[in-house]
Write a protein that binds this ligand. Structure first.
Ligand SMILES: C[S@@+](CC[C@H](N)C(=O)[O-])C[C@H]1O[C@@H](n2cnc3c(N)ncnc32)[C@H](O)[C@@H]1O
Length: 485
C-alpha cells in the first residue's frame, strides 16, 4: 500500500467523540454572558475526509464527522443496513461505505440521486475510465483552454484533426444558441456566461458521445465531474448560505478543471481498490421519502437530514447542473421534481397538496401556523407567497409524518434513527422549533425520543431577531435521536 493509500484507509477510522445529552427548551434565549456553540468550521469538510466526499458536495450537505457521531449514537448491528431517506449528495452513504457498513439512500431529486449513485459505485475499472477520459480530452477544446494556474495532472494528447469540434467563434454566441428555449427559461439570470456555457455544452456532448457504448455508470462518473466544474468554477454563482449571483466570467478553463477533477476521482478509486474497500454494498433509489417505494425491510438504523422549513427553493441550489445534465429540461419536469419533494418553501406548494391534514391534531404545530398568520396580518403582508407560509409549515410536518409512518414497518425492532434538523425563523420571524415539533410527530407514529442534542447554533443578529428584552435568539440545529418502539 502506498502512503497515499494508507492515509486514505486511515481516514476511515471512526471518531471516538460522543454527543452530549440535550438539556434544553425550544429556541432558548441567550443567557447574558454565555457564548453560543456556533461555528462555520463545524460544518466544514475535514482534510482527511476529502476522498470521495469531495467529488461533488452541495451547500446543504452535512459533514462526514457528523455522520460518524450519528453512527456511534445509532450503533447499527454488524452487517445491518443504514438508510438515509433524504440522502442528498450521499454523505451518509459514503461515510458508511468507508466504514464497511451497508447503506441505502433515497432522494427525490434526480440530480442528488445521480451524485449519490456515482459516489457510492466503487466498482468502476480505473483503466476503462482512463481510456474514456483520454478519448474525451482528445476531442475536447483542451488545446484552446486558457493557461491553468494549477499543474495539469492528466497528460494532454494531441488533438486528432478529423475529430476536432468546430473552432470557437471570436465572439461567443448568446445563451440561446446552447440551450433550448425551455431550458433557457429555467436558468436563473446571470448564473452562466455565454463562453463558459458553450464550453460546458460541448464537453457534455463529447462525454455523451464517447461513453455511448459504455455502461451507464461510467458515463455518470464523468457527468458528476462536469457538475463539479459547473458548481465550483464555471458558473457565476456562490452560496452564502443562500445561492447568489457572482460577477460574470467572460471565460473559464472548463476542460482543464474537468480533467483535473476526473483525474482526482480516479485517483480516489485507485486507492479504494488498492485498499480492497470497494465491496461494502450501497444502493441509491430515486424515490420520495414520504412513500419509500421499493425500500426493503430489516433496516438497522436511519441517519438523515431532511430539508428545513426555511423558504429555500431546493431545486434552485442545483438548477444549473440539473439543466446542463439534462435532468430538468422544462417547466413540466421541474414541477414534477418539486412535487416529489417534501414541502418546505412556498415555491413547492401546489393547490392539490394535502400533507398538512396529517398534523391537524397537533396543537403545537397549529399554534405555530396561527402565529405566522397573525404576524402576517399585523405586518400587513398580502402577497400570495406570504399567505402560504402557515400552509408550508403544516405540509412540512405532515410530509415528515407520512415519511415516519412509511418507514416504521421497514425498521428492525428498536432500530435507532438520527434526524439532523434546524430551528427556523424564515416565516416572518416566527420561531419554528423543528426538532421539538418533529419529536411530537414521531411519538405519534411509534418512535420514542432517546435524546435531542445540540449540533450547532446560529445567533439571530438582525434587529428583528431580538426579543423584547434586547436579547438575541439562538437558532439551533439539533440531532434528534429516536428509537422505534
Ligand atoms: C438537507 S438535504 C440532505 C443533504 C445530505 N445530508 C448531504 O449530506 O448531502 C435534503 C435532501 O432531501 C431531498 N428531498 C427533499 N424532499 C424529499 C423527499 N420527499 N423524498 C426524498 N428526498 C427528498 C432533497 O432533494 C435534498 O437532497
Amino acid at each position: 500500500m502506498t502512503t497515499d493509500q494508507l492515509q486514505f484507509a486511515l481516514a476511515f477510522t471512526p471518531s471516538a467523540r460522543r454527543p452530549k445529552p440535550c438539556l434544553r427548551p425550544c429556541l432558548p434565549v441567550d443567557a447574558p454572558g454565555s457564548a453560543p456553540r456556533r461555528s462555520a468550521a463545524i460544518n466544514t469538510l475535514q482534510t482527511e475526509d476529502r476522498p470521495v466526499h469531495e467529488w461533488y458536495r452541495f451547500v446543504l450537505s452535512f459533514p462526514p464527522h457528523l455522520v460518524r457521531q450519528c453512527l456511534e449514537a445509532c450503533a447499527p448491528a454488524p452487517g445491518g443496513w443504514v438508510l438515509d431517506p433524504f440522502c442528498g449528495t450521499g454523505t451518509t452513504l459514503v461515510e458508511c461505505k468507508k466504514q464497511g457498513i451497508p447503506s441505502l439512500g433515497c432522494d427525490a431529486h434526480p440530480f442528488a440521486a445521480l451524485v449519490s449513485r456515482v459516489k457510492t459505485d466503487w466498482s468502476l475499472d480505473t483503466s476503462d475510465l482512463g481510456h474514456a477520459l483520454r478519448r474525451i480530452l482528445r476531442r475536447s477544446d483542451l488545446a484552446r483552454r486558457p493557461a491553468s494556474r494549477k499543474p495539469f495532472t492528466w497528460p494532454p494528447h494531441r488533438p486528432e484533426t478529423e475529430d476536432r469540434p468546430e473552432p470557437l467563434a471570436d465572439t461567443p454566441a448568446s445563451l440561446d444558441a446552447w440551450l433550448s428555449e425551455a431550458e433557457a427559461k429555467l436558468l436563473p439570470e446571470g448564473f452562466l456566461s455565454p463562453r463558459p456555457l458553450e464550453r460546458l455544452v460541448r464537453l457534455r456532448d463529447l462525454i455523451l458521445e464517447e461513453t455511448a457504448a459504455e455502461p451507464v455508470a461510467l458515463r455518470e462518473f464523468f457527468l458528476v465531474a462536469l457538475a463539479h466544474v459547473i458548481a465550483n468554477g464555471a458558473g457565476n454563482f456562490a452560496f452564502g448560505p443562500e445561492i447568489f449571483r457572482t460577477r460574470p466570467k467572460p471565460d473559464y478553463d472548463v476542460c482543464g478543471h474537468f480533467a483535473r477533477q476526473a483525474d482526482a476521482m480516479m485517483t480516489d478509486l485507485a486507492a479504494i481498490h488498492a485498499a480492497g474497500l470497494e465491496t461494502t454494498p450501497s444502493r441509491v433509489l430515486h424515490t420520495d421519502a414520504r412513500t419509500l417505494q421499493d425500500v426493503p425491510d430489516d433496516l438497522a438504523a436511519v441517519i438523515t437530514s431532511p430539508p428545513y422549513p426555511n423558504e429555500k427553493d431546493y431545486t434552485r441550489t442545483t438548477r444549473v447542473e440539473s439543466i446542463l445534465l439534462r435532468l430538468v429540461s422544462d417547466r413540466a419536469t421541474l414541477r414534477h421534481v418539486k412535487q416529489s419533494l417534501l414541502r418546505s418553501n412556498t415555491r413547492n406548494v401546489f393547490s392539490q397538496d394535502r400533507d398538512e391534514e396529517e398534523v391537524q391534531e397537533f396543537a403545537s404545530i397549529r399554534a405555530v401556523c396561527e402565529a405566522i398568520e397573525r404576524r402576517r396580518v399585523e405586518l400587513g403582508k398580502t402577497s400570495g407567497f406570504e399567505k402560504l407560509y402557515p400552509r408550508v409549515v403544516g405540509h412540512y410536518f405532515g410530509g415528515l409524518r407520512r415519511h415516519l409512518r412509511a418507514l416504521r414497518p421497514k425498521l428492525r425492532p428498536r432500530a435507532r434513527l438520527a434526524y439532523v434538523v434546524g430551528d427556523q425563523l424564515s416565516f416572518l420571524q416566527v420561531p419554528v422549533a423543528t426538532g421539538c415539533l418533529l419529536e411530537e410527530v414521531a411519538a405519534a407514529e411509534g418512535y420514542r425520543t432517546l435524546r435531542r442534542d445540540l449540533w450547532r447554533e446560529r445567533v439571530g443578529t438582525k434587529a428583528r431577531h431580538a426579543t423584547a428584552t434586547g436579547q438575541s435568539l439562538r437558532i439551533r440545529e439539533e440531532i434528534l435521536l429516536l428509537e422505534k418502539t
